[in-house]
Write a new protein. Structure first.
Length: 642
């Protein structure tokens, strides 16, 4: 992923080769002063965070596409006149298998000799592997031992200075992780070696004292060539000069050139267009044609290519923003003979959600590559099923990075699904106000907006679906989600409060639920929200609007009589109640409303909790807002804490 050119072999490599960015830290660059290092794996890695949190700056540094641009804040420049740090730094650790080292060494014309540090003779590693002197036999034992490791990790430092220079240093070599080398800084003693044709490595003799080993040489030859970064803005890749290269430039600027070469492999070019059409069905095909002397341009066929009407094709430069990015990504994935690192910035900004999901699903079939995607799209995160999630947060002019527990996030998503909630329902909110059900989810925002005249300002109001009355295990599930948030950063925002129906719970049950919720549970003063909707005028008008086949309008008096009958019928209550106010507060209002709607429409209308609950709420807000006073007071108490 870091090393090796994009070479055309005409077939996919079937040998599992592993090369990937395993650790990264950026220092003194834009909003980054000294954040924690982050760990990456092969496959999918997600970077998420709000707007202006530093995601794009992080990807610039990861793609080694940065200049000196020092962090500026009160922390780094406490007083006027103090110069900022003179270096912007990216430390990248690359993990590579010995098999890939061999392939890379063999891929260069004329072969390549590299150097490996010699261990100190008295080190435990030297004694263990039998490295006892400067003989060829000892050198071979050293090579065999080092390249018997399943993986080798090299840390390279790229530092940009204020003069515009970029310097490459080895912060930690692969061998120094195993043993302390002979010699001293700037004069380490090494063994020269080369890759044998049949496999393995052999020494070629000693070498002059050097500053570093093969890690630096690999970085010089391969490091920057195979990190591809696709930005969110339109890429200027519709046309390029004519050439014969099959290696895509890291910024995809020569895409017309490499696609022109690919056209000669008809099957491979057809495969690329088929994949493009699966992701973007409106694009039937792309092709490359000369545009002017020495120039080629990509054109898009939105019509049937069998029509042979090339005059109807549209230049890529005049087509949708996402087509170029998808073409370039597909080219890298489908034509690379070894793993690559592919960095994609906010794919949802240049692709429709459906197309973004299809792109991710396609990429999941090619997880020999490493994908690092910055996104705030819950759709993309869920589709990618990432192995790492890094959350970028911006505070006091500084970006901080925190890696989330992927297993915990997966568990949260599974629990949300069990509760009938998608990650997209909550992703991106600052906090969540959890409610008992979907009726409250639709009605409470109306009350907050039209009666309280308050902006929600990042608070998502969410009803918990499919949980009955939140008794037992269902209530415990909801509160376990919240408790998991207190253990660290998460894609799921923290709770403002849980507003639950009273449902006749005794004080002991309420105390238990309050404890489970971290003292965030609040209980409506009445049995359920529907108890606030038992207004005869509101019910009569709502039924009249719905039931157009009635010969005569339904009057509030008839509804009042029906309500009074039920308020005096014991089966609608859990306990015997003396006062009318107590009965109104504790009657099974959902059942009462269902029966009244059915009775007075002669079963033509079935009470729908959400639809009709919203209609009744809107009538009360407009005509008798005092009926909702207790709900307003509870919401005011919850939102006041914000």
């Amino acid at each position: 992923m870091l090393y090796g050119a994009v070479r055309w072999l005409g077939r996919r490599c079937t040998i599992p080769i592993l090369t990937y960015i395993s650790r990264f830290q950026v220092l003194n660059y834009k909003s980054f002063l000294n954040p924690n290092p982050v760990v990456f794996t092969p496959g999918f890695n997600i970077i998420s965070g709000q707007n202006n949190a530093g995601k794009t700056a992080l990807l610039e540094a990861l793609g080694l596409d940065f200049n000196w641009n020092p962090h500026r804040s009160l922390k780094s420049i406490p007083e006027v006149g103090i110069a900022p740090g003179q270096l912007s730094i990216a430390d990248i650790s690359c993990t590579i298998t010995p098999a890939e080292v061999h392939r890379l060494m063999r891929s260069l014309p004329g072969g390549l000799e590299l150097q490996l540090f010699k261990p100190q003779l008295d080190s435990s590693f030297a004694r263990q592997v039998g490295f006892v002197d400067d003989s060829r036999e000892s050198a071979q034992k050293l090579l065999d031992a080092v390249f018997a490791q399943s993986e080798l990790t090299i840390t390279i430092r790229f530092q940009a200075d204020s003069s515009g220079n970029m310097q490459l240093l080895v912060a930690e070599s692969a061998s120094s992780r195993l043993y302390r080398p002979q010699g001293q800084a700037n004069a380490w003693r090494t063994v020269s070696f080369r890759a044998k044709t049949a496999g393995g490595f052999e020494p070629t003799g000693g070498a002059e004292p050097v500053t570093t080993d093969f890690g630096y040489q690999f970085a010089q030859y391969f490091f920057k060539q195979n990190i591809f970064r696709f930005s969110a803005e339109r890429l200027n890749i519709g046309s390029s000069g004519h050439g014969t290269s099959r290696q895509l430039a890291r910024n995809a600027s020569n895409l017309p050139e490499v696609l022109n070469q690919l056209q000669h492999n008809v099957a491979r070019f057809r495969d690329l267009n088929n994949r493009l059409r699966e992701i973007l069905p409106q694009v039937r095909m792309t092709s490359v044609r000369p545009s002017q002397p020495g120039q080629n341009e990509i054109v898009v066929w939105c019509h049937d290519p069998e029509s042979r009407r090339e005059d109807l094709t549209i230049p890529l430069a005049d087509s949708g923003t996402g087509i170029g990015q998808v073409l370039a990504i597909l080219y890298v994935v489908l034509t690379s003979d070894r793993p690559q690192t592919i960095i994609i910035d906010e794919p949802q900004s240049f692709l429709h959600p459906g197309a973004a999901r299809k792109l991710v699903e396609f990429l999941k079939l090619h997880q020999q590559h490493q994908f690092i995607i910055a996104t705030h799209s819950a759709t993309i995160i869920s589709a990618a099923n990432p192995k790492t999630i890094t959350l970028a947060t911006f505070d006091n002019s500084e970006t901080m990075l925190q890696q989330l527990d992927v297993k915990a996030e997966s568990g949260i998503q599974k629990t949300l699904i069990e509760l009938g909630i998608r990650l997209g329902d909550v992703f991106g909110a600052d906090k969540i106000l959890w409610l008992e059900g979907r009726t409250e989810e639709k009605c409470f925002p109306l009350i907050i907006e039209k009666l309280m005249h308050l902006p929600l300002m990042g608070i998502e109001i969410l009803g918990i679906r499919q949980t009955g009355d939140l008794e037992g295990r269902d209530a415990r599930k909801v509160f376990e989600i919240y408790r998991s948030l207190t253990k660290g950063a998460s894609l799921l925002p923290p709770a403002v409060a849980f507003i639950l129906d009273d449902e006749g719970r005794d004080e002991a049950a309420k105390r238990e639920l309050s404890h489970l919720s971290g003292n965030l549970a609040r209980f409506l003063p009445r049995r359920m929200y529907e108890n606030y909707l038992l207004n005869a005028k509101a019910i009569a008008e709502t039924v009249n609007l719905i039931d157009n086949s009635r010969p005569d309008p339904l009057t509030p008096d008839k509804i009042s009589a029906a309500l009074e009958t039920r308020l005096n019928t014991p089966r609608y209550f859990r306990a015997q109640l003396k006062t009318l106010d107590d009965r109104i507060r504790n009657v099974d209002a959902a059942t009462v409303l269902s029966e009244i709607f059915s009775e007075f429409s002669e079963t033509r209308v079935t009470y729908q909790k959400v639809l009709h609950g919203v209609a009744l709420t809107e009538w009360l807000i407009k005509n008798e807002p005092e009926e909702l006073r207790e709900v307003v007071e509870m919401l005011a108490g919850v939102l006041k804490t914000e």
